[in-house]
Structure formats: structure tokens, C-alpha cells
Ligand binder design. Sequence first.
Ligand SMILES: NC(=O)c1ccc[n+]([C@@H]2O[C@H](COP(=O)([O-])OP(=O)(O)OC[C@H]3O[C@@H](n4cnc5c(N)ncnc54)[C@H](O)[C@@H]3O)[C@@H](O)[C@H]2O)c1
Length: 344
Amino acid sequence: MLTRALRYRFGGYDSAVRLGDEQLLRQNADLRGLVVWDENTASLLAPLHHLPSAVVPPGERTKSIDTVAELLERCVQESLERDSTIVAVGGGVVCDVAALVASLYMRGTRLVLVPTTLLAMVDAALGGKTGVNFSGYKNLVGTFYPAEQIFIVPSVLDTLPQREYLSGLAEVIKTAMLGDPELFELLDQRAEAVLAREPAVLEELILRSVAVKGQIVQQDFTERGGREWLNLGHTFAHALESVAGFEGWTHGEAVAWGIAQALRCGERAGITDPAYAETAIGLLRRYGFRCKIEDVSPHALIDAMQRDKKARGGRVRFVLQRRPGETELRELNPQIVRSVLMGS
Ligand SMILES: NC(=O)c1ccc[n+]([C@@H]2O[C@H](COP(=O)([O-])OP(=O)(O)OC[C@H]3O[C@@H](n4cnc5c(N)ncnc54)[C@H](O)[C@@H]3O)[C@@H](O)[C@H]2O)c1
């Protein structure tokens, strides 16, 4: 497979993304440091197996200060130095926690991310947000610390369960809505190939999504204006995750539902073009995402949104779209949000 490369400058950091096969890692076999995997990813990517490694349990619970402390302890045991490399091999959970450790140990070691879920390839590994959950809040504690290198090896997705693959696809759909009409069309026209993970289609999905996110983050690394767009659907999604629990919904399923709510709210507020809302919700449905739920209380969802760490004094700002690629941040009349959530 041909190696494809994209380069970014996020804040003061250079970040290179390379997409290819396992050869990519062989060429970098002189990596010295610690590899962090989870139990489901530790058997992947043989070229990294000779390095000292720390295996963490899979799942969102691993994104904790306790894991950070354990991994820092391992860094000490392995006598890592500032120019040693922490290599994360896993989904968003492993990438987020290992990147936080890399940013803290000796005020920053070198960092390489090897994302192994679609979600981490198209979203979590790029852009430098590290973090763990704290005191009941998702990603409350973290740093901005981009990886020097991100190696994307799409063939590792062969073992990824379909539900996790779909979770990543929700973020791909979001990315297409934000900044790539051709990607939107590809998702629309080639759904079967996308769902079957046809290699050429997969590669295109990943590269196009990385390109959109990379450009947005390059313009606004520390989220002061523009990067918030990447949170399209996320205010609703985080509320759903906190009310319904992380077990019932994958992050992507919650995001897909959240995007549908944002479109409906935007439509009612006279912002979103109704035809666009229909088309985008139709696409989400085509991929099997639930766009409507009856079994979660709208009041509990609104309450959770007001408690969200991004709400300012209980006032929530939503990422809304007028049409493809036209995105804005707005407060919404609570009546509108309530009526959309109640399905009326
Ligand atoms: N830093 C960011 O910018 C950013 C952006 C989006 C999401 N996130 C974070 O990412 C996390 C979600 O990431 P995720 O969806 O990748 O979840 P995850 O890391 O929990 O991975 C999902 C599951 O897939 C397993 N898995 C991973 N790769 C596999 C493979 N190749 N084969 C088989 N199983 C595999 C994992 O062990 C896990 O059980 C959340 O914590 C979210 O906050 C961060």
C-alpha cells in the first residue's frame, strides 16, 4: 500500500499523519519508550511487540486519573526520559489517556498515536486534545498535546466489531456535514461499500475526515473560535450518555442522535434549511442510527445539558447548521429544545 501523508501545525506543535500498512511501523522500529495498549489491541501490530508495554483494561472507565498515575509509575520503572516515546495503540480511550501521560511525564515526552478504531483514526487521535473523566464529568481533566506522529493502518479495523465501526462512521458523517460535500456524497452513494469496509473507500473516508478536522484545528487549536463546530450533535449526545449511561449507547450512536436533534432544533428556530435537515437525517437513518428516542425523559436530558461543563451559567450554546458547511454557535429558546426532544 502506498503511504499517504498529511502534515499540520497545531499551536506550536508539528503533527504528521501517515496512512499505510504495518510497514509504516517497521520503518520506525527505533521508537524507544513505552507502548500503551488495551486488552483488545495488544495483539495487533506485531512490529511494536518488542517494546516495553503497558496493557490497560478496555473501556471508558480506563480514562481515569488512577490509570494516569499507574502509567506514570511505569514510565519511572522503565526509566523513560524526555526524548523517550510513549506510543498509544488503541481507540480514543487509550489515545486520550496515554497522550495525557505523555504531556505530563517530565513536562512532555515524545508522543506517537496508532489509532485502532475508526473513531480514533478520524477524530480522537488528531488535534491534540488529551483527557480523562473526572468527578462524573467526561474529559474534565486534560491538556492540549498533539502527537508528533499519527500512524493510521486501516487493516487493523478488520477485528473491530461492526457496532464500533458504525460509531466511528457517525463522526465521519458529522465531518462531511461540516466541511466536505464530496465525502457526504460518497457516504450517500456508496453506503454498501462503506458498510462492507471496502479498502479504497475506507481509505478515502479516513483521509478526507482527517483533512477536514486537521484544517479546523489548525485554525483554532485551543478552541477559541471555530473548533467548537466539531461538537455538532455533542451537546445532545453528552446529555444522552449521562442520562442513559455509556453502556446502552456507543459515543457515535449518541452523536448521530444528537446531530438529528440539532438539525430539528435548527429547523424550528428558522436557521436550518428543512430540505437539508431531511437529507442529513435520512443519511443517518440509512446507516441504522436511531434519530428519535421515546424511552429517555426530555426533562432529564435538558437538566443534563445545563449541567454540562461547557454550559456557561446554565446557558447552553448549540452547534447548528444552516446548510452543508455553514455552521454556527447559538443559544436556543428552551421551548424549542423541549418540543424537539418531546418529539412534538
Ligand atoms: N481527543 C479527542 O479529540 C477525542 C475526539 C473524539 C473522541 N474522543 C474520546 O474517544 C473515546 C472513544 O473512543 P473509541 O470509540 O475509539 O472507544 P474505545 O477506545 O473504548 O474503543 C472501543 C472498543 O473497541 C476496542 N478496540 C479498539 N480497537 C480495536 C480493534 N482494532 N479490534 C478490536 N477491538 C478494538 C476497544 O478495546 C474498545 O473495547 C471517548 O473517551 C471520547 O471522549 C476523544
